[in-house]
Design a protein around this ligand. Structure first.
Ligand code: ADP
Ligand code: MG
Length: 140
């Protein structure tokens, strides 16, 4: 296995409930290191661009409105096998299906308001990191 970087978002339902630290602790306890982080309020354009791959899905409008509803924390996470590791720590998209002890099982409110985003492949991690961060903002 290799050291990888992946992209993470702490979503509005979590920032609103003051769970930023709780989520970061679960990521760190799982072996990932935060090498870049910023709290931002997404514009409609930025949220739509980020989720463009889902633009034909029935929940797209709801998803974009949700992601703009409160601040989010965007992060770059680094570690062994970071892409898959982050997905493991996050748990399944629907918290009802998420394994006990995962972020979504512990904190998510619903399939939409599910507390975290994580890149689903190394290729998408690179694209998503570049969508939010320049090289100088990532300090490993
Ligand atoms: P994941 O975030 O686990 O990679 P997807 O890429 O399939 O999941 O979906 C992106 C996001 O869209 C989800 O995290 C969730 O916030 C939202 N979403 C997915 N499916 C639904 C749904 N059926 N209803 C409402 N929102 C959804
Ligand atoms: Mg996804």
């Amino acid at each position: 296995m290799a050291i990888q970087r992946t992209f993470s978002i702490i979503k509005p339902d979590a920032t609103k409930r003051n769970l930023t630290g709780a989520v970061v602790k679960m990521l760190e306890d799982g072996g990932l290191r935060v090498v870049a982080s910023k709290r931002v309020h997404l514009s409609r354009e930025k949220a739509e661009g980020f989720y463009a791959v889902h633009s034909e899905r029935p929940f797209f409008g709801e998803l974009v409105d949700f992601m703009m509803s409160e601040p989010v924390v965007v992060q770059v996470l680094e570690g062994e096998n970071a892409v898959a590791k982050n997905r493991e720590i996050m748990g399944a998209t629907n918290p009802a299906d998420a394994d006990a002890g995962t972020i979504r099982a512990e904190h998510a409110l619903s399939i939409g308001e599910n507390s975290v985003h994580g890149s689903d492949s190394l290729e998408n991690a690179k694209i998503e990191i570049e969508y939010f961060f320049n090289d100088k903002e990532i300090v490993g």
